[in-house]
Design a protein around this ligand. Structure first.
Ligand code: SF4
Ligand code: SF4
Length: 165
């Protein structure tokens, strides 16, 4: 098995807060046909792991374009073709879980990498802030805040929980 690609969401947020104007490179990873609009790995990871999955989901109510919905697992999903990049969802989110920069109308295609291609992966790692993307021999390890997004991608994020440890 090839090494897994670790996307460190904690370091990504830090890089973005230190340089609010930067255009962070984005990546996709699709094996097969995607029929759900283009979703970057950072967006998928944000809604799956960073989002606190509010029961009343104020982000959905605030969206003027009806571009957000909860899927059957309670995870927010954005219709990228409906989203008008108003960022109302970002403003209303009480937890600031969303990185504002992925709600963009016109992505810089030069900064979009397909990680199923090893050359693109190499370029993506070089283009991202140092230490945010690494290749590792790890698997999911909740005790170390590592979670699987898919077979090849690991995400490092602090999950919100109301349960006592
Ligand atoms: S940025 Fe997009 S998803 Fe968010 S509220 Fe605006 S239209 Fe809806
Ligand atoms: S308001 Fe924020 S934390 Fe709550 S469901 Fe929406 S994105 Fe997630």
């Amino acid at each position: 098995m090839a090494q897994r690609i670790l996307i460190d969401m904690v370091k990504m947020r830090k890089a973005l807060s230190e340089n609010p104007g930067i255009d962070l490179p984005e990546a996709i990873y699709y094996n097969g046909i995607n029929d759900n609009g283009l979703k970057t790995l950072r967006e998928l990871a944000t809604f799956r792991f960073s989002c606190r999955k509010c029961e009343d989901a104020p982000c959905i109510a605030a969206c003027p374009a009806e571009a957000l919905e909860k899927d059957t697992d309670g995870i927010i999903s954005r219709y990228t073709n409906l989203c008008i990049s108003c960022k109302s969802c970002v403003t209303i989110c009480p937890f600031g879980t969303m990185m504002t920069d992925f709600f963009k109308h016109h992505r810089n295609r030069d900064l979009l990498y397909d990680l199923t291609d090893s050359n693109e992966l190499e370029k993506f790692i070089k283009a991202c802030p140092a230490g945010t993307i690494t290749l590792v021999d790890e698997d999911e390890k909740p005790a170390e805040h590592l979670y699987r997004l898919n077979e090849r991608i690991l995400i490092r994020e602090y999950l919100y929980s109301t349960e006592k440890e």
